[in-house]
Design a protein around this ligand. Structure first.
Ligand code: 4NP
Length: 154
């Protein structure tokens, strides 16, 4: 299973999602590949935002090996599942899809927890209080991603 987490800058939300899901799959001994990307290019090559690094560290995760990269249309070919953090990311990814198969890989991450809700992970970049909340939303979603994909396989 190859899973890609996508937000706008690839420095706040999707690096956290990548770190959380990677930790969970490692704990379970699953042979999954996890990566993240941003639809925008402003922060390419940068480390995750220090506020994401700090909240990850608080829960025992080190995400400082990650570097931001921009989402590219070939990601829709190479990954099995592409999770968007919000509706804007979702639309920007879908715009690059070239087949129904590629479109079906794209999901809003919080729909894993509440299907059909359209819920979004709020962008915490401009609001330092948001990181803790975002961490817990992503933790719950990543737990569900593993549960639903293990069910599919059994
Ligand atoms: P992210 O947050 O999409 O969760 O990485 C943002 C990071 C940077 C910007 C916006 C959102 N920015 O405008 O530079």
């Amino acid at each position: 299973m190859k899973v890609l987490m996508v937000c706008l800058g690839n420095i706040c939300r999707s690096p956290l999602a990548e770190g959380i899901l990677r930790h969970k799959v490692e704990e379970r001994g699953l042979d999954w590949q996890i990566d993240s990307a941003g639809t925008g290019s402003w922060h390419v090559g940068e480390l995750p935002d220090p506020r994401s690094v700090a909240v990850a560290k608080k829960y025992g995760l080190d995400i400082t090996d990650q570097r931001a990269r921009q989402f590219q249309s070939s990601d829709l070919e190479s990954f099995d599942l592409v999770y968007a953090m919000d509706a804007s990311n979702y639309q920007n990814i879908l715009r690059l899809a070239s087949s129904e198969n590629q479109k079906e890989k794209v999901r809003l991450i919080l729909e894993e927890v509440e299907p059909g809700s359209g819920r979004q992970v709020p962008d915490p970049y401009w609001n330092s209080d948001g990181f803790e909340k975002v961490y817990h939303m992503l933790d719950e979603a990543c737990e569900q991603i593993i549960a639903s994909n293990l069910e599919l396989k059994s």
